[in-house]
Design a protein around this ligand. Structure first.
Ligand code: GDD
Ligand code: MN
Length: 366
């Protein structure tokens, strides 16, 4: 039997929980489901929820004393859940229960993760205004820039989503703050993610629990995910090594050109040495824990071949700028290095450091 477990985190939501249960009953008629309230409230919400539990066999609840945190509350709910499909939604009716059957259908049709999105055509983030809208957009941009898997998701901060249990089974989740979905998108085991648009409703009662501290939690969370996700960690280490290589290259070039040699010769020598510098750091740092499809010597040969193409680009740009356009040689060379680095990055990413079993999840909008 396929049971749907709906986890609802609550913090002081005494006005809406009862209505939510009523609306779920209508929206999910015919489906086998349970609702799990994970409550951290300081008002009388626990009593209201306890009454709901007594009245409805489908409703279960847990109250955490002296604890706060939306994401950890959701994890607590996952631990209690009996269903093979897990959903998360807010208690304040901003997430319309009518969307759940559509999400569930996507799961039945093979999706592993279904996100209800405010930011797709047909969606609406009407619950956000002014400053919060700007902050939310900026936060989304940061998440997308830092984390590869987040890039193709339109609403990675959504608090409204559904997953197959297998997506998180055996996965170590340790989110900071609110964004449990981002944690799952980055670390989860899924091959098929679907987003469906929905209209975020205005809050029915009580007030939002969002606070400025969540911005800090969010940035902390993103940084932690970069470190914990091998794919993203490698990308950023690779970029850092590349930047250090540009510095090494430029310094060497400045020294070499003090002697009476062609700038092209100096650029070739400093470029080759910077290449070896980069390779050493990438071996020791970037790819240290990544199983490679090729032996080290082959990887080096590929890396060197790619680097030579980069150096060639560098030399051509340097010559043109320095000899034909009279650009000072330092600047001409730096421009060349950057041109070469861009070509290098493309080629390395596609070819040299090809990973074992390098496969990315399929994303779809429905
Ligand atoms: N257990 C528990 N503990 N629940 C909490 C806590 C907590 O510390 N803080 C908030 N909640 C519950 C609320 O009671 C509500 O059911 C849900 O989490 C969302 O909180 P809201 O205060 O309604 O958040 P919001 O509407 O401002 O934010 C919504 O949009 C964000 C994106 O802008 C939520 O859907 C967020 O998840 C989402 O990231
Ligand atoms: Mn809300």
């Amino acid at each position: 039997m396929n049971v749907l477990s709906i986890v609802v985190p609550t913090y002081n939501e005494n006005q809406t929980v009862r209505l939510l249960i009523d609306q779920l009953e209508v929206a999910l008629r015919g489906l086998s489901y349970e609702v799990i309230f994970v409550d951290d409230s300081s008002d009388n919400t626990p009593e209201v929820i306890a009454q709901l539990c007594a009245d409805h066999p489908r409703v279960r609840c847990i109250h955490r004393e002296g604890q706060r945190g939306l994401a950890t509350a959701v994890l607590e709910g996952f631990r209690m859940a009996r269903g093979s499909v897990l959903a998360v939604m807010d208690a304040d009716l901003q997430h319309p229960p009518e969307v759940l059957p559509r999400m569930y259908r996507e799961i039945e049709q093979g999706a592993d993760v279904v996100i209800a999105s405010r930011h797709l055509p047909g969606g609406d983030d009407g619950g956000l205004h002014g400053v919060r809208r700007v902050i939310s957009r900026t936060a989304r941009m940061i998440g997308k820039a830092a984390l590869h898997r987040v890039r193709s998701v339109s609403d990675p901060m959504s608090g409204f989503f559904m997953i197959r249990r297998q997506v998180i089974d055996g996965v170590h989740l340790n989110p900071v703050g609110w964004k449990i979905l981002m944690e799952i998108v980055v670390k989860g085991r899924y091959s098929h993610l679907v987003e469906i648009p929905y209209a975020f409703r205005p809050r029915a009662a009580n007030e939002s629990k969002m606070s400025p501290a969540e911005i800090i939690h969010y940035l902390h969370h993103v940084a932690r995910l970069v470190v914990q996700s091998p794919e993203d960690r490698r990308f950023w280490l690779f970029a850092l090594v590349g930047i250090s290589g540009v510095a090494v290259n430029t310094l060497l070039f400045a020294h070499l050109t003090k002697w009476n040699i062609f700038p092209e010769t100096a650029a070739f020598v400093s470029g080759s040495l910077a290449m070896i510098w980069n390779f050493a750091w990438n071996c020791g740092l970037t790819w240290r824990d990544a199983p490679q499809s090729d032996p080290l010597a082959v990887t080096f040969a590929k890396f060197a071949a790619v680097a030579l193409i980069g150096i060639a680009v560098n030399l051509v740009v340097l010559s043109v700028l320095f000899r034909l356009l009279d650009v000072p040689k330092q600047w001409a060379n730096l421009t060349g290095i950057i041109g070469g680095a861009l070509v290098n990055y493309r080629l390395n990413d596609r070819w040299t450091w090809r990973r074992v079993g390098d496969k990315r999840p399929r994303m779809r909008v429905s």
